[in-house]
Structure formats: structure tokens, C-alpha cells
Ligand binder design. Sequence first.
Ligand SMILES: Nc1nc2c(ncn2[C@@H]2O[C@H](COP(=O)(O)OP(=O)(O)OP(=O)(O)O)[C@@H](O)[C@H]2O)c(=O)[nH]1
Ligand SMILES: [Mg+2]
Length: 309
Amino acid sequence: MSSKSAFIALLGRANVGKSSLLNSIIGTKVSIVSDKPQTTRTRIMGVLTEGENQFVFIDTPGFHKPRNLLDDKMNKAISSGLGDINAAVLVVDAAPAFKIDAENLPKAETVLLESIKSKNIPCVLAVNKIDLLDKKEELFDIITAYTANFEFEAVVPLSAKTGDGVDIFKTEISKFLKPSPHYFSEDDFTDQPEKTFVCEIIREKLLMLLSKEVPHGIAVDIERFFETDNKSGEPIVNVEAVIYCERDSHKVIVIGKGGNMLKRVGTLARGDIEKFFGTKVSLKLWVKVKENWRNREGLIRSFGLDSLS
Ligand SMILES: Nc1nc2c(ncn2[C@@H]2O[C@H](COP(=O)(O)OP(=O)(O)OP(=O)(O)O)[C@@H](O)[C@H]2O)c(=O)[nH]1
Ligand SMILES: [Mg+2]
């Protein structure tokens, strides 16, 4: 048997670009991205098959201090991402908003590195967002701070945005491929069901268009999903989705003046969903309130946000 595979977990603080890196490697969007922290909520697999080699990347939520039950579940999804893998990648920001030195790594990263060390998992350091650096020396300082704390198998500066360094990153992680059957067929990009991805696209647009608190309290659920033909016999994917928010005041914001915000979300999401299915899409959105859902076990599970259930 000459087929090989590698399970690689992408770990790191929120907003460092884990999902962007995943999408850049796979070459298509499998995990949503936004400029707000805590965009990724569950463990998401992205699959890249190149001939005999299959990489299965596990994108994880950004590690953070839990404030509600959903946060607990997100942190558990990170720990579970560390099970049964061939290697971990700590993704860090090359241009963080605060100074980082060897004695003062961000707490979330120290916790992750301790966990990786205790499990004896080989780890690569991916220093992302190098396109934001003015001077090369800044990169040197960042790398020194991390390598003083951990023995990485490799250190790769890269930019998920420009693609710079991503090929070198792929070469480095190829070293973790092991003889094994492939776990996904070669045209699979992700383990996410289509419906889940559609919900995520809608949530991505809400994260993009709404400010701070509102999108974090949002969950999207599909009520109906079916295919029909239009008058010319072309297929149409029909999606009816509900956007749940935590408060009446948030619902008003999501709908917007005269339904304006909801229309913008719908138009942007429909465009992406059409690209994904390669057909016309009819998207209908409703907004409902489910108070405090982020602390309600049953609702978290019903929204598909408990990776471990
Ligand atoms: N300039 C620049 N921005 C980047 C790069 N990679 C990611 N970003 C931006 O950083 C922000 C966060 O990216 P994500 O991929 O959502 O980060 P994440 O680590 O998955 O975040 P969580 O899911 O919240 O943990 C987005 O605004 C991205 O566009 C990069 O290489 N360069
Ligand atoms: Mg993410």
C-alpha cells in the first residue's frame, strides 16, 4: 500500500487566521472567516488529497476564557482536536496588537503548548499575517519568543491572505504523512454536511455586517432545504433558514430599518451559496429570539454546536 495520510490540527488564539490558513491550503472556503474573534465554533475538518497523499486538517475554535456553556463546548472541541492526530500546528499572529516576548506569551498559547507537550505531539509553528509586517526584524523577534518556549519541528512564516509561504508550510507538514488508507474520497473537501455549511455562510455575513456583541449571540438553523426546477427547467436549491438571536433588541438590529440588514445578509449569503452548489438558490430568512441559548444545552446541541455530541 502506498497511500498515506496525516491528521493535522490547527490551533491558536482567536483571530490569528487558522480558518484562513485552512481555506488557503484547501483552495476553497471550507471554514468561515471574519475579523471578529470566536468565528469558528466547532471542530471542522478540511481535506486535501494530492495523489497518494491525503491531509486532513482540523480547524478548531480560538482558545479563550469561557463565559458561557457554548464557550465551554468550544474549548472542549479544541482538546478533542488534539486527539488522534499526527501533528499540531500552532498558528500565531506575526503582527499582534500587543508586544510578545519569550517571558510573556499570551496565556492561551502557553496553555495550548503545555497541552501539546504533555501529549508528546510534534508541533509546527505557523507565523501568519507576515504581509502586515513592515520590517523583517519584527519576524525574528516573534520567532525567538516562541522558540524559546517550545521545541518546534519547524517554523514557517506565511500569509494565508497572499499565499506567501503556504507551499513551504505544505512541504513541512508532508513530513507527518504515514502509510494509511485514505479516510475521505478524493473529491471531499470537508466533513461538514452541506446544510451546516450553508448555516455557516449565513453566519459569516452576519459577523461581517453586524458589530461586536450581536453576531456572537447568533445561531443559524435550516428549517427547509429542497430542490425544485424553475420555468426553464433549471434546478434551484431552496433554503429556508432561521437566524436565532438572544434578545429582542438584537432581532431589531438583525432585521434592520425596513428589513435592510436582513436583505444585505441574504444577498451576500445567496451569492456564496450559489457558488457552492453551482446552481441558482432561493434563500428565505427569518429572525427569532431564543433567550440565553448559549447557556442551554439542548439548544446548543440542536444548533449542531456541540462537536462532541
Ligand atoms: N493581513 C492578513 N490578514 C489575515 C491573514 N490571515 C487571516 N487574516 C484575517 O484575520 C482575521 C481572522 O481570520 P480567521 O481565519 O477567521 O481567524 P481564526 O484564527 O480562524 O479565528 P477564530 O475562528 O475566531 O478562532 C480575518 O479578518 C482574516 O481576513 C493574513 O495572512 N494576512
Ligand atoms: Mg476560525
